[in-house]
Design a protein around this ligand. Structure first.
Ligand code: PBG
Length: 307
């Protein structure tokens, strides 16, 4: 009666990993109980997510090395794995909100989120390409695109490109305050997408900053973002609050792979109670000001909440 916040399955966005092939699922070594699926099995998994009350999935595709280059050629392939996955989910389950990831790293021979030249990431060239990628995903049927690349000006460019291509109703969830974080390690294992040289500090944010997060989120809102995101979650609770108080669009948080791995590992050792720590963490995000939570715990938490 006196609880100020609550959790429900519709608060969650479930990240899902898809790979080429048939009838296979592979557990991600640094993410216990979390799998990469071939499309046929992913469709069953997405149906299961829907059945427990989840209404949005964030899709990531694993791209084989021979399809990677520096121009994101495969990212724009209308028959590419990502485009096929979007199409299939919307055909099978039109009620599920489909949010494909937009960034070059899974497609990049350098493992970077943009185009590389002489050891630098080219902002404006990357933005043009990412905007084309957004249109390609919209053509496949995406409800919202989710740019995680952190190039400057990409939200405005995507909004314009989507509108011009006739996708005025396709939304944008912007990874606005995305920090250069070591918590992304297990995710990079899942997609085999670790940067080949250097790090992502020239485009992702400095963990020391909070005013910059507000500035990034406000810019994205002005450029047309429908949801702004803070990422990672746990070490950035104050950033969620600060962003929430300074934008008027919904705020999401990404409870990232490393945060998932920490809880799973401690629970495996018998050092923490997995279910209780998971729910305490998730309600913490709501209390900090998040409207939506992207989390690898989405299914497990939803099942628990409806028990
Ligand atoms: C890359 C991307 C990353 C994540 C989502 N999109 C990793 C990175 O920036 O290197 C991380 C998600 C997670 O750790 O759960 N565009």
């Amino acid at each position: 009666m006196v609880a100020e916040h609550n959790l429900k399955p519709a608060d969650f966005i479930a990240p899902v990993f898809v790979m080429e092939g048939e009838t296979k699922k592979v557990e991600i070594p640094s993410m216990p109980d979390y799998y990469r699926y071939t499309l046929d099995l992913l469709l069953e998994e997405v149906q299961e997510l829907y059945n427990v009350g989840i209404r949005a999935v964030n899709i990531y595709a694993k791209v084989p090395d021979e399809k990677k280059d520096n121009q994101g050629t495969e990212a724009l392939n209308p028959e590419g794995l990502m485009q096929q996955t979007i199409k299939s989910i919307k055909e099978e389950l039109p009620e599920m909100v489909v949010m494909p990831d937009i960034a070059l790293d899974p497609y990049s021979s350098y493992g970077h989120d943009g185009i590389v030249e002489d050891g630098e990431i080219l902002n404006d060239e990357s933005v043009d390409l990412l905007a084309k990628m957004a249109v390609s995903h919209a053509e496949a049927g995406a409800d919202m695109v989710a740019p995680s690349d952190m190039m400057d000006g990409r939200i405005g460019a995507m909004r314009e490109a989507l509108d011009e291509a006739g996708f005025k109703h396709t939304g944008i969830m912007a990874y606005s305050a995305k920090y250069a974080s070591a918590y992304y390690g297990p995710f990079r294992d899942a997609l085999d997408s670790a940067p080949g040289f250097g790090d992502k500090k020239s485009y992702q944010m400095d963990p020391a900053n909070v005013n910059e997060a507000i500035r990034e989120a406000q810019l994205d809102e002005q450029e047309g973002a429908d949801i702004v995101m803070v990422k990672p979650g746990l070490p950035y609770m104050d950033v969620i609050r600060a962003v929430k108080e300074n934008v008027s669009v919904p705020v999401s948080v990404y409870n990232v792979s490393g945060e998932y791995a920490m809880i799973k590992a401690a629970a495996e050792k018998g050092w923490l109670n997995e279910e209780e720590v998971m729910l305490e963490t998730l309600i913490g995000f709501k209390r900090a000001g998040a409207d939506l939570i992207s989390t690898y715990f989405a299914k497990q938490a939803s099942k628990l909440l409806s028990r």
